[in-house]
Write a protein of this length. Structure first.
Length: 245
């Protein structure tokens, strides 16, 4: 009786130790993974400064997240956030499917830039979708399973964000609007390629940015900014004209 109990105890201790070792190295691993593999998914620059993970709670904080723009876009970034809260299911790190219980992005700074009939977020989502197809199973081989970790995010939340419409003829921040909060559940279902999961999130964010209530607000803000700029230009012109009378 003692031997089975001892064996079970050793096995449990080994699992706890393995999780602890993985978690102890997780800070640098996540930082490297985001900075290295993130650009492959989005086709843009991605960087973060740091990640801090708690072994006991499974909670992590990602600091200074920066998502760049695809080639050809002129704004400085697509999205930035000072910090992102992540709640991991630590035990899943040792399984085939990594489970993230919650990701919460608070007060992100987003720049929406239209170009050539599309926009920066549509371009990023399209690239992620293409990567998901490349990573997924061959449709002609129904039993094929590609190696690599799968991902599921139980809750993905964006709240308190603002979007700026990039307009090269106006000062940065001239046309802005509040983004309606976004709350997605079970992104990835029972487990999907990371590129497919983040492609789904990018699609949802693009839907938010192109909501009529948001685009109307941006257009009104843009119109008001242009009127103000025109008044300022006329005022300067009048002052210069007066100098030569």
């Amino acid at each position: 009786m003692k031997k089975p109990l001892m064996t079970a105890g050793i096995a449990a201790a080994a699992i706890v130790l393995a999780v602890f070792i993985v978690t102890a190295r997780l800070d640098s691993f996540i930082t490297k993974a985001i900075n290295t593999y993130g650009p492959e998914i989005t086709g843009t620059g991605i960087r973060i400064d740091d990640v801090r993970v708690s072994f006991l709670s499974g909670e992590a904080t990602v600091t200074n997240f920066h998502l760049g723009n695809p080639r050809g876009y002129r704004s400085a970034h697509a999205a930035q956030a000072a910090s992102i809260a992540v709640d991991l299911e630590i035990g899943s790190l040792l399984r085939d499917t990594v489970v993230v219980k919650r990701i919460e992005v608070v007060q992100p700074d987003i720049v929406y830039e239209k170009r050539g009939g599309t926009d920066n977020f549509r371009a990023i989502a399209k690239h992620a979708g293409q990567k998901a197809k490349e990573a997924g199973p061959d449709p002609e081989k129904t039993n094929e399973k590609r190696p690599g970790k799968k991902l599921v995010i139980r809750e993905f939340i964006v709240r308190g964000g603002r979007v700026t419409l990039y307009t090269p003829d106006l000062p940065s921040g001239a046309a802005t609007a509040v983004i309606p909060d976004m709350h997605l559940r079970n992104v990835g279902g029972d487990g999907a390629e990371p590129s497919a999961v983040f492609g789904r999130i990018l699609d949802a964010l693009h839907d938010r940015l192109t909501m009529p209530i948001l685009t109307d607000s941006l257009n009104r803000s843009l119109l008001e900014a242009r009127r103000t700029a025109e008044k300022g230009t006329r005022s300067v012109t009048d002052r210069f004209t007066g100098l030569f009378k």
